[in-house]
Design a protein around this ligand. Structure first.
Ligand SMILES: C[S@@+](CC[C@H](N)C(=O)[O-])C[C@H]1O[C@@H](n2cnc3c(N)ncnc32)[C@H](O)[C@@H]1O
Length: 360
């Protein structure tokens, strides 16, 4: 076993390399927000820096007792103003697993407040693990179950992660600033850099934006992650300049160090807006790279399948936008340009079908 100290400190972030069943390092009621994703107990092996491999599978009753112990420690350390976010996803073969985890939590005293859907992929954008194999649809979302210690005293500020009003006359009526509650579906795609290099023996890390939003929503000054994994929650804490405490029983110390100290992260504006903006940007790129002359000369094969799919996404987003007059006006020019292109595209599809070579 390791002779290194059983914790690492990176500025305001500290990670204890031990089980979170006992978090005696933390005082009662001293943490503002807890954000975590528990182990799934499905014969997952973990390996640490020294190559030690652990099979952490427990019997169902041991697993329940283990979680109950961690949740009761979470309850002890959370402040009465605090909030507790638990991310869990259903696996392909274990539908209902997430709700079974959620049910273990109130037994420790927590009150269930609501559920947030973390949408990992939307209209083809964003990575997820395919699970359908043509027998069921792929899972493209996970849950974030939200709990509080005290229904009367918990504090949150939805506007901290809000979006601008479409109808500006609502400013002043419902809120002082031009920000409104964006709701409980969060579209947070994995960035391309999050992948096997980070996982290294751990279950999938959640994107930094997930803990980032939870922390901002609660305006917290300190955060705890009892199952720190690669250190995503503490990375968000560093970016937001608050204190973070993590526990990780099977650490990859170098992965954790790099993520907490070096990982660059640029929060996106929330929900559909970034998707829209990126789509529009993509459309701009495509329209620059494919000349209209080429299209007008009926060179229907000039789009790649990728470009074609991207244009289809643009169509969906722009169609939605038509219902939002302010945004729609802004992007009207793009839309006109787009219509021109899709007409050409549709002709191309007919032609490609004719030659039995249509894009899928
Ligand atoms: C689903 S992963 C968390 C991933 C994390 N959210 C991230 O973004 O990297 C669960 C983690 O809990 C850790 N773990 C398992 N048992 C533990 C225990 N008793 N105490 C602390 N951590 C534990 C596992 O090693 C794994 O890294």
């Amino acid at each position: 076993m390791s002779s290194l100290p059983d914790f690492d400190r990176f500025g305001d972030q500290i990670v204890y390399y031990k089980s979170s069943e006992d978090m005696k390092e933390i005082k009662n009621s001293s943490i503002d927000v807890i954000v975590t994703s528990p182990p799934y107990n499905r014969s997952k092996t973990y390996s640490d820096d020294e190559g030690n491999v652990y099979d952490d599978q427990k019997s169902e009753s041991e697993f329940q007792a283990f979680l109950a112990q961690v949740w009761s420690e979470c309850y002890r350390v959370l402040s009465p103003q605090g909030m507790f976010f638990v991310n869990v996803g259903d696996s392909a073969n274990n539908q209902g697993f997430s709700s079974s985890i959620a049910k273990t939590i109130p037994k420790s005293g927590f009150i269930r407040l609501q559920t947030i859907i973390w949408l990992k992929s939307f209209l083809g954008r964003g990575h997820y693990t395919p699970s359908g194999r043509s027998r069921r649809l792929n899972n493209i979302f996970e849950y974030i179950f939200v709990f509080v210690k005290n229904r009367k005293t918990y504090r949150m500020n939805p506007q901290a992660i809000g979006i601008p009003y479409a109808d500006k006359s609502n400013i002043g009526r419902y809120a002082k600033s031009d920000l409104r509650d964006a709701g409980n579906v969060w579209f947070i795609p994995y960035s391309r850099t999050t992948g096997s290099t980070i996982k290294k023996g751990h279950e999938a890390p959640f994107p930094i934006e997930l803990p980032y939003r939870c922390i901002k929503l609660t305006d917290a000054g300190s955060v705890l992650d009892p199952f720190a994994g690669t250190g995503s929650t503490l990375t968000a804490a560093r970016i937001l300049n608050i204190k973070g405490i993590g526990y990780e029983k099977f650490p990859r110390r170098e992965v954790i160090r790099q993520r907490i100290t070096e990982h660059q992260f640029f929060p996106q504006p929330v929900n559909l807006i970034p998707h829209l903006e990126q789509t529009i940007q993509k459309f701009g790129e495509i329209s620059r790279s494919v000349s209209f002359d080429m299209l007008l000369e009926a060179n229907f094969f000039s789009f790649t399948k990728k470009e074609y799919n991207e244009l289809r996404i643009v169509q969906d987003v722009l169609d939605n936008l038509r219902q939002d007059s302010t945004l729609f006006t802004d992007y009207m020019n793009y839309y006109n340009l787009y219509i021109e292109k899709t007409e050409q595209l549709d002709k191309r599809i007919e032609l490609t079908k004719f030659f039995d070579n249509s894009p899928k």
